[in-house]
Design a protein around this ligand. Structure first.
Ligand SMILES: C[S@@+](CC[C@H](N)C(=O)[O-])C[C@H]1O[C@@H](n2cnc3c(N)ncnc32)[C@H](O)[C@@H]1O
Length: 174
């Protein structure tokens, strides 16, 4: 199966001059590590301390990452500068407690806050797992209703049953 992670990393590698990026769902830190290689500074959120600890271990040679152990809903409490790139990889920590996961309400609320600090050429990538129906439906509804100042792309595997899919939100060029 096409790896969506590879796909969105390819999309992001084409981006020039990424200053500030955010990993909204740090987990074990794979996306944080990737972002630290293409950005000047990375903010990385997770509500679980053990996830952050794993990510810190993975990225111990990097010095451009700020880890935040809090709900990403509170993003505006921690970030007052413009964001070039943000990634969400929704769901729960692989191998961890499946009850601690992203939800429709926290994801949409954090996304709304994130959009207020997105740079003019900023891009948001969201990997969605449709088995959380409430969350995927809320996201589909939200992106469908974004105004024309945004380009919204949905990348879906049409011939698979309930596959994860990608949402890409980018400010539209004037
Ligand atoms: C699928 S994992 C992310 C995988 C990760 N990006 C990687 O590269 O390894 C989802 C993570 O989101 C975290 N999470 C769930 N709800 C959250 C919230 N409201 N705020 C911040 N992190 C959250 C979970 O604790 C979990 O570690």
């Amino acid at each position: 199966m096409i790896k969506l992670t590879h796909l969105y990393r390819k999309i992001l590698k084409d981006y020039q001059s990424i200053h500030i990026s955010v990993d909204m769902t740090c987990g074990k830190g794979n996306d944080t590590l990737f972002l630290s290689e293409i950005s000047k500074k990375v903010y990385s959120f997770d509500i679980q301390k053990n996830a952050i600890n794993k990510a810190k271990e993975l990225t111990k040679n990097k010095d451009n990452i700020i880890y935040i152990c809090d709900n990403h809903e509170h993003i505006l409490k921690y970030i007052q500068e413009k964001i070039d790139v943000a990634i969400y990889n929704l769901g729960y920590l692989p191998g961890g407690n499946k009850d601690i996961k992203t939800t429709a309400s926290t994801t949409i609320h954090s996304l709304k806050s994130l959009m207020t600090i997105l740079n003019d050429s900023g891009i948001i990538i969201i990997e969605v797992y449709p088995h959380n129906k409430e969350e995927s439906l809320a996201l589909d509804h939200y992106i469908t209703n974004l105004d024309h100042t945004f380009d919204v792309l949905k990348i879906d595997l049409y011939n698979k049953v309930n596959p994860p899919y990608l949402i890409v939100i980018k400010k539209a060029l004037k």
